[in-house]
Design a binder for this molecule. Sequence first.
Ligand SMILES: C[S@@+](CC[C@H](N)C(=O)[O-])C[C@H]1O[C@@H](n2cnc3c(N)ncnc32)[C@H](O)[C@@H]1O
Length: 238
Amino acid sequence: MDHYETGDVAKKYHATFNEGSDDPILIRKAIDRYSKFVNNIKEAGHILDAGCGTGRFVKYFRAKNFRVTGIDASPSMLEIAIKDNPDTEFFVMDMRALTFPSSYFDGIWNSGCILHLDEEGAMSTFKESARVLKKDGIFYVATRTRVEDSVIVEESTEGGKIVVNYHSVAKLRLLLELAGFEIIGISVEPDDFGRPFDYCYIFARNLNEQKLGENKYFQLNSGNEVDIFVCSDGAARI
Ligand SMILES: C[S@@+](CC[C@H](N)C(=O)[O-])C[C@H]1O[C@@H](n2cnc3c(N)ncnc32)[C@H](O)[C@@H]1O
């Protein structure tokens, strides 16, 4: 994701979303979600902040005495996260191809990243997250959403154009179920920062029951190669 490596985008992102997030309502909303997540994770459990950016949420997890590992594709974003959290473990890593062992984490927090990935990227991320999460581990996903799946080139908050993948709630749900998760909570809310789009917040539990064969090709809307698969409600869909 080259965007976060461009100019002073990482610094601007940090100023807007980390340093500039002192609004009490914003903090309460973030803490509500954060509490819902951590309340389902054992004491001192190991949390992966996938796509941690400049480390906005890392400090919350650390304050509650969780072990935290942060990964991000952008070295510039991580540089700021490391400076703010010098005793935390961070890696430059692609969330679609994690290098951690299987069943390694108690919880995975993925905030504001899936919008950078197309359907195949989202699916790879969900599969990889299921692999590195322990059984019954909690997966949190927050991403922009629209009723219809849409890919839109937009001016980003930090400046510069970005390609935004708005995944529908139905599709996110389906991909997560295919990757082996049970959905335990979904809400769609207006963006916390007042921008003109909605955010979808999903809490899921890892059942460790992936519903796709390793070599099956999955593309929901392409009309190309399509497999039939069985979802957790027992229905066969294409
Ligand atoms: C909007 S920022 C969110 C950062 C942070 N989670 C937060 O809520 O403040 C999106 C982040 O996702 C990272 N990212 C995008 N695609 C990624 C990928 N495939 N693997 C790892 N990180 C990725 C970007 O580098 C960026 O730091």
